[in-house]
Design a protein around this ligand. Structure first.
Ligand code: FMN
Length: 216
């Protein structure tokens, strides 16, 4: 059984945020999501676009890791990865995913659920071109999630790819690109005093958003 040390058990913070009053909730949750994201950006949150992305494997076992959100539009969010990575294989098998942002400095959490879909090659190429050269080389060098003998092997692969392009433009690897998550559920959580936190859940059915308040 896991040991609960008094030091960890006593970690506690009293949240003071003014929360999510009903009269300020928009009909479209993406308006609120964009506003919260802008506030996370301007509040100096470390990596405000970092989110936990949960998928499930072919045995339905859950899996999660951090990725960076690279775009938001009216009802979807975008991230980039290796299509042949573990997450890539899992999304191929089951495109239902969930994401969580935790903006601790603002005492806010956002949970999203939706369907992940590969974006067009052209859009992935456009973004790939904007990446630093070392990241472009890294995308070729890393067969993400595959085992490698040691660190030296990886660095050797990186140098070989760097030398083979020798100043020329680096094309996007065919196994690398973006996903859009078309969101159908989004929950906003704001820390409030006395653990009476605010939770507002939006759900989309037939292109229409509805919302309800959940107990904390
Ligand atoms: C802050 C942070 C940001 C990351 N951003 C990405 C990302 O945008 N895309 C990505 O493929 N991996 C990203 N990673 C690495 C992933 O967490 C993960 O290690 C990798 O994608 C392999 O996951 P998988 O084996 O489940 O496919 C990031 C890791 C951290 C800690």
């Amino acid at each position: 059984m896991a040991e609960i040390t008094p030091e960890i058990a006593s970690l506690r913070r009293n949240y003071t945020d003014t929360g999510l009053p009903d009269n300020l909730l928009p009909g479209d949750p993406f308006l609120l999501f964009k506003r919260w994201f802008d506030e996370a950006l301007s509040s100096g949150v470390l990596e405000p676009n970092a989110m936990t992305l949960a998928t499930s494997d072919s045995n339905t076992l859950p899996n999660a890791r951090t990725v960076l959100m690279k775009g938001i539009n009216e009802s979807s969010i975008r991230f980039f990865s290796n299509y042949e990575s573990q997450k890539g294989a899992e999304i191929q098998h089951n495109s239902n995913v969930a994401c969580v942002f935790w903006w601790g400095e603002l005492e806010r959490q956002v949970r999203l659920r939706g369907l992940a879909k590969k974006i067009s090659e052209q859009e992935s190429e456009n973004y790939f071109k904007s990446r630093p050269r070392d990241s472009q080389i890294g995308a070729w060098a890393s067969r993400q999630s595959s085992p490698i003998k040691n660190r030296e092997e990886l660095e050797k692969l990186f140098s070989e790819i760097r030398d083979s392009y020798n100043g020329r433009d680096i094309p996007k690897p065919p196994f690398w690109g973006g996903y859009d998550i078309e969101v159908h559920q989004i929950e906003f959580w704001a820390g409030r005093p006395g653990r009476l936190h605010d939770r507002i859940l939006y759900e989309k059915r037939h292109q229409t958003w509805s919302r309800k308040r959940l107990m904390p």
